[in-house]
Design a protein around this ligand. Sequence first.
Ligand code: 4AD
Ligand code: MG
Length: 461
Amino acid sequence: MKNIDIGKILSDGAEYLGKTVEVAGWVRTSRVSKNMAFIALNDGTSLKHVQIVIDRTTFDGDISDFTKNGASLWVIGKVVPAMKEGDFEINAQSITLLGDCPQDYPLQKKYHSMEFLRTIPALRPRTNTFNAMLRVRSKLSFAIHRFFQENGFTYVHTPIITGSDCEGAGEIFRVTTQGYADAMRAKDEAEFVGGDFFGRKAGLTVSGQLEGEVAAMAMGKIYTFGPTFRAENSNTPRHAAEFWQVEPEVAFAKLPDIIEIAQSMIKYIIKAVLDECPAELEFFEKAFEPGLIDKLKNVVESDFVILEYSDAIDLLKKSGVAFQYPVEWGLDLQSEHERYITEQIFNKPVFVINYPKKIKSFYMKQNDDGKTVAATDLLVPGVGEIIGCSEREADFDKLISAMRERGMKLDDYRDYLALRKYGSVPHSGFGLGLERIMMYITGIQNIRDVQLYARTAGDLM
Ligand code: 4AD
Ligand code: MG
């Protein structure tokens, strides 16, 4: 078929004016009167539909199948100016029904809740919301690659199956070829694991960081961008079992350097979406978050706040707000605290720096105060944490002692530890949750709605 993208006809219509073109797509809505019929056709190449106009006084044949929502059509027709100045539509000369769509098609012309759409994962991409979401996600991903490529980073593919637990939270999905019967037969865990595919415990990666560090200790500046997995049993609008992370790792960078990189990256990718997806952002502003576009423009134009963890605790204590979870130096910030800081106090992105070492991961650089680590989380209004970041502990002995304190099996991290023995250098990195920043950019409030398929506890869609 020689169909032209509907998005191209709508944006470069002048080029096609008066010409006969072929388009193909799915019917979004239609309107039929005695002499005319109008079909809004969408092929996914733009948020806007193209209007197919049928002059029933001259059009041959029955058109009733063409006007059903969800039907797929192949249309040959002439591009003409539409009523609205600058818009284009197509006067149909011939229409072929590619796929009929019965009346029980779930997407009728009415409001559908996001919860309902989750029950029809195969069809929800045909809504405006998912059309816009998927395009923004695509443009955003490409902008992420562009940012790193333009700044001399090497893209590395870290393994999905690993034997380590980067975040040490025990939220790993096990990878095994063994079943219940093997488990029953084995006399203990060692025998069970020994008989498994890899001969040792394996799981889906929670983060590409540890392997990313290996690459950075040779390539200097690297990033990974791929799926990560967490068997977190928390049923929140912000946690998914499968989500994408962008993880740069930079040799010779200290915490302030990596913060600088994180801030430039966030500004760069948000600016890219503002430039490349204006129609989608207008849609999200109307449907999900009033003021969205100004919010994003502000992020691009102003610097983020940098706030000491200790000062964050003081601010929360002084706030007089009755939080559900306690606020105390040494305790982790809960979502309600993060949101209060970024929404109520600053109303912009905030890097909280120097967290207590007890609540953070083993690999973070221990500060001289003996109590904190050179780590930061980037918090944004409406979502909370979107980035987890730190300088890494480059000192062999300090790293070993942090791992021992956590009862980690050093043998599982031999490769990683070797990096601290052979030419260790200061280095830093971060992980940006792609779905979290998608929520921030679109105003969509549930992580299940910024993925094509969502994987969450108890639900494989
Ligand atoms: O803060 P996290 O756990 O940090 C790491 O994994 C580091 N190893 C990253 C690094 O330094 N290379 O996760 C990083 C980010 C979070 O800030 C959040 O945006 C996202 O990943 N994230 C999740 N997104 C969706 N669902 C979940 N269950 C997530 N867990 C983390
Ligand atoms: Mg984190």
